[in-house]
Design a protein around this ligand. Structure first.
Ligand code: SF4
Length: 338
């Protein structure tokens, strides 16, 4: 392996460290591009510990691209239930169907394409995922950048606010072409386990000697302020005669798109709703939204029959709402079962 010491960074030391210290993640034990793609899509917005649980669940339910492409999108959403950011599941389903198309119709005959550019053209695949899959699954020389790599780069280079272009350029320059997948993962692993946001362990860092920011690492990069919007919502859940809550499938383009749940309304709680049974207040946080939901149970029994919740995909917020309802005396006295 040829290594270069750009900025003094020792690629050999980092790769040796990765070989000895990488976490035993299940997708690191397979060469199957589909399994690797699934892990990358999940890890986009899910922590590794939870990602492992969902990765096993998805691989069991959809072991191949074909198995997902021939399944209804609702069963993909059901398997994804609890992982959050459900548009990822819908796009993954669209991707599987696209890849299964014959090449004469613009598809890939059931095989994931190998190049960065082709991967980038698939539904739900952005620059990070395209580079990660191209390098890890297909050994293509593509350098990826994510939050971990940005932090390592900012500290190595003592940069307060590196732009994406600067981070990409740094990653491109340092990419070890012969082991591109391992190199990308080594940088990310370092950021996730050693060069962490709050407590970097510089004394255990294999590339400390080239780090310009090691005297005060937490200053780099400058923290970005995330604006979190506070939202007040309310819902009044109706039950059918069998004790199932009435749920609707949400519009696929909105929040929790394609998932099922009770009608949730934005805005202050209307006065008239207080005639119904108050079940409590549920709090739920997304990356840019902090939601407070006032939950009521309708005293009217619906004449329609609802689908049991076990048969449809629901969000964590909807599950919290149902839990709040189940905790009420009213629910117990009505012997409502779900
Ligand atoms: S020396 Fe410290 S700040 Fe620099 S890359 Fe290593 S862990 Fe991060």
């Amino acid at each position: 392996m040829s290594v270069v010491a750009l900025s003094g960074l020792s690629q050999a030391k980092l790769l040796d460290w990765y070989d000895a210290n990488q976490r035993p993640l299940p997708w690191r034990e397979t060469d199957d591009p589909w399994a690797i793609l699934l892990s990358e899509i999940l890890l986009q917005q899910t922590q590794v510990s939870r990602g492992i649980v969902f990765w096993h669940r998805m691989i069991e339910a959809f072991p191949t691209i074909q198995s997902m492409a021939t399944s209804p999108v609702d069963s993909v959403l059901k398997a994804w239930e609890g992982a959050g950011y459900y548009s990822r599941a819908r796009r993954l389903h669209a991707l599987s169907q696209y890849v299964m198309l014959p090449s004469s119709e613009g598809g890939y005959d059931g095989l994931l394409p190998q190049s960065y550019e082709s991967l980038l053209s698939l539904p739900g695949i952005g620059p990070y995922t395209a580079a990660a899959v191209a390098s890890i699954a297909f050994r293509q020389p593509s350098a990826c950048i994510d939050g971990n790599i940005r932090r390592v780069m900012a500290r190595q280079q003592k940069k307060l606010e590196p732009t994406n272009r600067q981070v990409q350029s740094w990653a491109d320059q340092h990419l070890v072409h012969q082991r591109s997948g391992d190199w990308n993962q080594a940088l990310m692993e370092l950021g996730a386990t050693v060069c962490t946001p709050q407590k970097p362990q510089c004394q255990h860092c294999p590339i400390e000697s080239s780090c310009q920011g090691r005297e005060g690492p937490t200053a780099y990069p400058k923290a970005k302020k995330t604006k979190v919007k506070e939202v007040t919502l309310w819902t009044c859940v109706e039950f059918d005669s069998r004790g199932n809550p009435i749920v609707h499938q949400r519009d696929k383009d909105g929040l929790f798109g394609g998932l099922w749940g009770p009608q949730i309304n934005e805005g202050d709680v209307p006065e008239a709703i207080h005639e119904q049974v108050f079940a409590g207040v549920v709090k739920h946080k997304l990356s840019h939204r902090s939601m407070t939901v006032h939950v009521f149970i309708s005293t009217k029994t619906s004449t329609k029959l609802a689908l049991p919740l076990s048969e449809v995909a629901t969000s964590v917020l909807d599950q919290k709402i149902i839990e709040a309802i189940k905790g009420t005396d009213y629910f117990s006295s009505k012997s409502v079962t779900e």
